[in-house]
Design a protein around this ligand. Structure first.
Ligand code: ADQ
Length: 467
């Protein structure tokens, strides 16, 4: 295979210990092929000219990292305004939180054009290009317009909503049309692929021209599900290291005799945090035997604090946790420990292992890797139980979890109670099946499978066909 070129909004240095499984998996192929990783540098230039940005190119071993600065105006409209103010809420089915101010679309297009202009001169004819996520949907179309004939794949890390929701975006046709500039479009779940198929057939009168292939706008695109996984072996190695063992021991000691439940999320309205906290309150009300014995550790890392909806969710969560602790807590027991911070990656496996139940209850999630990390971190002899939202992409792959509808407060409380009371035999059985699944479909499988399919996808369209 030719050189791999990865394009994403942000880059992660694959050599750093804090890098997640995605950076490691992409990093391996990038290293092997002497590849290039291109993205925003994270720097915002206060008085920068819109549509312009300095590019910094440096080597990290055999991998070239190319990072682009953005002007404040571009960042505001592309990242904050359109990507996180329109696409993120709508793709998570939250029309109520979307802000369709038209100026933002201009910024989104401008930054995608800027990315294309800066990336195109760095490309070689046999490079395979893999573009990531909702920030960069129109990037391939911009590259094609410049004459780029390389194979280009796209992976959407977040869900794709059904057509009536997608169609609420004023520029929805343009957005989906842009997906036809790719040779392969990957989604997290089969449900997302179905939504794509329904949309393109209804709105773009696309024809199916083979398995998972759709033809419209004079172009053919292949659309398939590639559920992302974690690096199970690596996460388990992390679990055996000193920091994780220490975290496990101090957590078990601190909460001795108590049953621990855990939630680990970015503080995002898609993660269903208030609903989860309300279900935990319902558990204490409906099953009072859990008072003084069950504690919920909720870790929520700060995220996108410059977007209004994120401040609202933070306040809602703080007030909910405070009122439950006030109502139910005692001098020797607090029902909820809410921590508004990021836990060091090295400590995560120890924390997961110390907990009897994980609450992974998003209202909507592309995949949700916390569900997989929790399973990977468990003691196989005495594993914890995963409570999983049916609305997480992970639900398609993890049927042995206890499934919940996070909008159903009482139903969720009942399932949490079932998790707390599950026999050792049933816990082991469910855990073994879940572990087998996440091992088979780990992040390396995901990376390999996507790139193999992209390599075998139809021949790249000629640039002229795109007009
Ligand atoms: P995210 O919404 O960021 O990603 P998720 O998959 O849940 O979601 O988590 C990503 C990583 O962040 C995990 O490795 C997790 O451990 C870590 N993390 C989250 N909160 C943390 C905290 N408080 N402290 C420490 N670490 C924390 C998007 C999509 C997901 C999809 C991923 C990957 O929204 O649906 O699974 O991309 O494709």
């Amino acid at each position: 295979m030719g050189r791999l070129v990865v394009v994403s909004n942000r880059l992660a240095d694959p050599r750093k210990a804090a890098a997640g499984g995605l950076a490691v998996a992409l990093g391996e192929t990038l290293k092997r092929t002497g590849g290039l990783w291109f993205g925003w540098s994270g720097k915002i230039v206060e008085d920068g000219t819109p549509g312009e940005g300095e590019l910094h190119v440096h080597q990290a071993g055999s991998v070239t990292l190319a990072e682009l600065d953005l002007s404040k105006e571009d960042h505001d409209s592309y990242y904050r305004g359109y990507a996180n103010g329109v696409l993120w809420p709508v793709f998570h089915y939250r029309l109520d939180l979307a802000n369709f101010e038209s100026g933002h679309l201009g910024g989104y297009r401008r930054v995608n054009q800027l990315f294309a202009r800066k990336l195109y001169p760095l490309l070689k004819p046999d490079d395979i290009i893999w573009i990531h996520d909702y920030h960069l949907i129109p990037l391939a179309a911009e590259l094609r317009a410049m004459g780029c004939e390389n194979r280009i794949g796209f992976f959407l890390h977040i869900p794709l909503p059904p057509p009536p929701i997608l169609a609420a975006i004023p520029s929805h046709e343009w957005l989906i049309r842009a997906m036809f500039a790719y040779d392969l479009v990957g989604f997290q779940s089969h449900l997302d692929v179905q939504h794509f198929a329904h949309y393109v057939k209804a709105e773009a009168t696309a024809e199916s021209v083979g398995a998972n292939q759709f033809r419209a706008f004079n172009s053919t695109v292949q659309a398939e599900a590639f559920p992302i996984g974690i690096d199970v072996a690596d996460f388990q190695r992390l679990g055996r290291a000193r920091e994780a063992r220490e975290t496990y021991e101090t957590t078990v000691k601190e909460y001795s005799r108590r049953r621990l439940l855990i939630g680990v999320d970015r503080l995002d309205y898609s993660k269903g945090l208030p609903q989860r906290i309300r279900a935990f309150r319902e558990l204490l009300l409906a099953y009072p035997e859990n008072r003084h014995s069950a504690t919920l550790l909720q870790v929520a890392s700060p995220s996108r604090e410059d977007v209004d909806a994120y401040n609202d969710i933070q306040h809602e969560l703080e007030s909910l946790c405070g009122s439950i602790n006030g109502d139910f807590g005692d001098f020797d027991w607090m029902p909820i420990r809410y921590i508004h911070r990021t836990v060091a990656r090295k400590r995560l496996p120890g924390l997961y292992r110390a907990c009897a139940v994980a609450l992974v209850t998003p209202l909507r999630d592309g995949m949700n890797l916390v569900a997989k990390e929790f399973v990977a971190a468990q003691d196989e002899e005495d594993p914890g139980v995963l409570v999983l939202s049916r609305f997480a992409g992970a639900a398609e792959q993890m049927p042995q979890a206890l499934m919940v509808n996070p909008y159903d407060t009482h139903g969720t409380a009942q399932v949490i109670q079932q998790a707390l009371q599950m026999s050792l035999g049933e816990r082991r059985e469910r855990h073994a099946a879940l572990l087998e699944g996440i091992r088979k479909y780990d992040v390396h499988w995901w990376c390999r499978e996507f790139l193999r399919t992209l390599g075998e996808a139809k021949q790249p369209p000629s640039a002229t066909e795109q007009n």
